[in-house]
Design a protein around this ligand. Structure first.
Ligand SMILES: *Cc1c(COP(=O)(O)O)cnc(C)c1O
Length: 526
């Protein structure tokens, strides 16, 4: 299988318009460093050529995914790089351009309006461009002298986000590699805050610890909460799941009942995790009510706003996050609803002092006390990482260029699209709406002639769309009519340039794929 005119259709490097203009030797000077003057010239040239390859390749695309299955792609890349991607001898610039071209031909094109599967937005041009700063200078924010400007920018970025969240001047925060990592760090802080009162868990571990630390979250909370509990030695079954209401939000009175049931001799509730934007529905737990229950029981509150954080930037959607300022810690994924290239997650804490007991650390060769006292402090003490990329630069560049208003308007546009999708689904005889939009997600099903075939057909129609590359919709399990998990489809709309007519086209493609799958099934039965 080959793609016409593709960089993947033959062992490359194949000559390209950009590469033919290159000097006789395409080989790169092996020691050329990005931030040296000659290196910057090479970066400029290569980036221009890479972008040229991408633009050219994207013109040949027919949808958000290539019309390839996993085996086709494996075969194509085998043919493209017969010696693997870690060869003894390098092939220079042309190999890089071939890689770029094939990537643009076969990767997911998130800017295509028919890409609507995951909480993975198309990245903003300004952010992608400013991100080259991180690559060129390779600053690290762990110590002041490994990246002074990036350290300063991250501090200011975090302060600005703390203010938007409604936190006071004592708040602080840190960038992390993802919402999973932010949630882990929040629960680490919660575990150590609760257990430090009783015994030094950090030094001696949980062995012999009398009470069992417990974490409470809704049944729709992200799996990273349970995984964090496993990593922290609490065990996944330290999670107590709270039922949700008909709108997929944690029921505060059920949380209250569960906390009341905790046995003081054996149970130690260390945190409640409320979700502001569940991954499947975008639903937001009732934060003020949850916060009131949590306060009464003297437990910490973490808000996982990995998805919902974009509402901080939107006047229209900000009310969804009312009460977030009552959380002890908050997770924000700016690589979701602030359109950043991954990774750009942030953990905020209402009290900066929360960080010191868990990640505060003085290391002789990184941040000795006397350097810190003289003002030469980096961000090592806030993070579970040591070397840490200057991800704050692209984020700051985005807000500096577009303002929070610019980013908020993007979420507003996606919210409008989701509301439109909701109406179109509800009006379509072959589609059934399961959950309408809170943020930018709608959950629905294709209605089959034979109800017993629903799971099979909904699963198969999504794969059919994947195989043709024509559309990329999400999938999840949601309770069916009998209350048991049933296969559902979802649209996670994160492309603000998508038009309402594109959404309708996407839904039509879903219906056509469903009809085709049903016709094939009937044919094979007959
Ligand atoms: C995406 C998501 C996460 C995980 O974030 P990553 O950045 O993918 O690690 C956590 N919680 C919620 C609610 C999410 O939607």
């Amino acid at each position: 299988m080959t793609l016409p005119g593709s960089a993947l259709s033959a062992p490359v490097p194949a000559p390209t318009p950009a590469a033919t203009a290159a000097p006789a030797s395409p080989l790169l000077d092996p020691g050329l460093l990005a931030a040296a003057p000659a290196g910057l010239a090479e970066v400029q040239r290569l980036v221009r050529e890479i972008v040229h390859e991408c633009a050219d390749a994207l013109r040949g695309r027919g949808g958000p995914l290539p019309a390839l299955g996993p085996e086709d792609l494996t075969g194509l890349v085998d043919a493209q790089f017969p010696d693997g991607v870690v060869p003894r001898a390098g092939a220079g610039r042309d190999a890089v351009l071939a890689l770029a071209r094939a990537c643009a031909e076969t990767t997911v094109d998130l800017a295509d309006p028919r890409a609507a599967a995951h909480l993975q937005p198309p990245s903003l041009a300004v952010a992608a461009a400013a991100d080259v700063l991180a690559g060129i200078f390779n600053a690290s924010v762990d110590t002041w002298d490994s990246g002074p400007y990036a350290v300063e920018i991250e501090r200011r970025l975090v302060k600005g986000l703390c203010e938007l969240a409604g936190y006071g001047p004592d708040a602080d925060g840190v960038l992390t590699p993802g919402g999973s990592a932010s949630n882990l760090q929040a629960l680490l802080i919660a575990r150590d805050t609760a257990t430090a009162k009783l015994r030094d868990v950090r030094g001696r571990g949980l062995a012999g610890f009398g009470q069992r630390p417990l974490v409470y979250c809704s049944e729709l909370a992200h799996f990273s909460v349970a995984r964090a509990c496993a990593v922290l030695g609490l065990g996944e079954d330290a999670v107590r799941t709270v039922p949700v209401d008909g709108r997929h939000r944690m029921r505060p009175e059920a949380l209250d009942a569960l906390l009341r049931r905790a046995d003081p001799d054996t149970d130690l509730p260390v945190a409640v995790v409320a979700t502001a934007g569940t991954t499947d529905y975008g639903s937001v737990d009732p934060l003020p009510e949850v916060a009131a229950v949590v306060r009464e029981h003297g437990v910490r509150l973490h808000v996982d706003a990995a998805y919902g954080c974009g509402a901080l930037f939107s006047e229209r959607l900000r009310p969804l996050l009312a009460g977030v300022e009552e959380a002890d810690t908050v997770t924000l994924d700016l690589h979701k609803t602030a359109w950043q290239p991954a990774a750009a997650s942030v953990l905020l804490a209402r009290d900066a002092a929360d960080f010191a007991p868990t990640t505060g650390l003085r290391v002789a060769y990184l941040n000795p006390d006397d350097d810190g006292e003289a003002g030469y402090d980096g961000l090592l003490g806030l993070s579970l990482q040591t070397t840490r990329r200057a991800d704050a630069l692209k984020v700051a560049a985005t807000f500096l260029a577009l303002g929070t208003d610019g980013v908020g308007a993007m979420l507003d546009a996606c919210h409008d699209l989701a509301r439109h999708a909701e109406r179109s689904i509800a009006a379509h005889p072959r589609l059934a709406l399961t959950a309408g939009a809170t943020l930018s997600t709608v959950v629905f099903r294709y209605v089959t002639d034979d109800p017993a075939a629903s799971d099979r057909v909904n699963g198969a129609l999504r794969r059919r769309l994947l195989r043709t590359g024509a559309a990329l919709v999400g999938r999840t399990d949601a309770p069916g009519a009998d209350g048991r998990p049933a296969v559902h489809l979802k649209l996670t709309l994160l492309n603000p340039r998508t038009r309402a007519t594109d959404v309708d086209g996407l839904l039509d493609a879903v219906v056509r794929a469903g009809l085709a799958v049903e016709a094939i099934e009937e044919g094979s039965v007959a």
